[in-house]
Design a protein around this ligand. Structure first.
Ligand code: ZN
Ligand code: ZN
Length: 365
């Protein structure tokens, strides 16, 4: 889908919210709606059409904005959001929505000052999450980008294992650096978030940061990582064991794998997100480990590593074809070790498409 088509889709939401225009200040949303990849910009999307829609950025990006967004009028002003409020007032906008989930209190105060001083009758209205709602459903170009990012991560892990990179004596930090380097070699622009390598008892810490802890024979090693490519993020977790698994490790792994399979199978068009979470959680709770699965089942992934929809017990809404989500149950036994297994999948009418292709059999290295 082109950026222009995305802006048209947004206009429907803007009109439904009874707004004349929406001020987009979240830079990720600006990128989604225009293709602009700079670090400072805002976008005024008029309900009327692209002729009264404007991109604002600062002088560093004059050339880049002209190349990336040739089809929109551009305003060069360091105070992007304020410049666009002025511009909206001059264009006769009366009800201007703003991204209230994103703007800081100070930035909002500055916009209110501009609206009241320079432009008579311009009303700022909260309009949270409109672009996020569109972004939750990916088009095929976005899914292709996510598939590429996931393939980078798959290839990097395969290389790491083939090279014997997961072995006793290495530190968590060394493994993390090695994995990130291999993702870059396979075309990643970088890691999509700080790589988690957690060995032994550290694997029971869901979001452990790699340390100088040394991998030892018998350790569970949990790896949660992803590749960033073309603006899109991949996300995958695999847990392996160094040497033959102990019975408790095998049992824990099989339990999480069964829950993960149940979660994947529950991904269907029209399914309640809370129901998907429950499908996996029930498997773990029935085994008496409910309290040790201490986070939601998954999340949307795309231009950001965490985005709508949230697959959790408190999540609301249903799945739509084209949503790209993770399924990542985990069970963490404090002081001993933990297992998480995570895939990124696309919700499809005929069943979920798996983007992270690395196998899920318990690997004993
Ligand atoms: Zn992850
Ligand atoms: Zn995740």
């Amino acid at each position: 889908m082109t950026a222009a088509a995305r802006r048209d889709a947004l206009r429907e939401l803007v009109r439904a919210a009874e707004l004349d225009a929406l001020l987009v200040t979240d830079i990720v949303n600006v990128r989604y709606l225009t293709g602009f990849t700079g670090s400072n910009a805002a976008l005024l999307v008029s309900a009327e059409g692209d002729t009264s829609t404007r991109l604002a950025t600062d002088g560093r990006y004059t050339t880049q904005a002209a190349a990336e967004v040739p089809d929109l009028e551009r305003v060069i002003d360091r105070a992007c959001d304020r410049a666009l409020v002025t511009s909206a007032g001059e264009a006769g906008v009366r009800r201007l929505g703003f991204e209230s989930g994103h703007l800081t209190v100070d930035a909002h105060a500055a916009l209110v000052a501009v609206a009241s001083k320079e432009t008579e009758g311009l009303e700022l209205r909260r309009a949270p999450g409109l672009v996020q709602r569109l972004r939750a459903v990916k088009d095929e170009d976005e899914i292709d980008a996510l598939r590429d990012a996931c393939a980078c991560a798959d290839a990097a892990l395969a290389d790491l294992i083939a090279a014997g990179g997961l072995r006793p004596g290495r530190t968590e930090r060394e493994v993390a650096i090695d994995l990130e380097r291999r993702m870059r070699e396979h075309g990643a622009d970088g890691p999509s978030f700080d790589t988690i390598i957690a060995a032994g008892a550290n694997s029971a810490i869901p979001h452990h940061r790699p340390t100088d802890a040394v991998l030892a024979q018998g350790d569970l090693v949990k790896m949660d990582f992803g590749a960033l490519r073309g603006g899109y993020h991949s996300d995958m977790t695999r847990t392996v064991v160094l040497g033959p698994p102990a019975d408790w490790q095998r049992e824990l792994y099989d339990l999480v794998a069964a829950a993960q399979a149940a979660g994947r199978e529950a991904l269907a068009v029209g399914a309640e997100v809370a129901g998907v979470d429950a499908a996996a959680r029930t498997v773990i709770a029935d085994a008496g480990r409910g309290a040790e699965f201490s986070h939601g089942l998954g999340h949307g992934v795309g231009l950001q590593i965490h985005e709508a929809p949230a697959l959790s017990a408190t999540g609301a809404g249903t799945l739509v074809a084209g949503m790209t989500v993770t399924v990542e149950p985990g069970v963490y036994l404090a002081g001993r070790g933990g297992v998480r297994i995570e895939d990124t999948l696309v919700v499809r009418a005929d069943g979920a498409e798996l983007l992270t292709r690395t196998g899920k059999e318990l690997l004993a290295l």
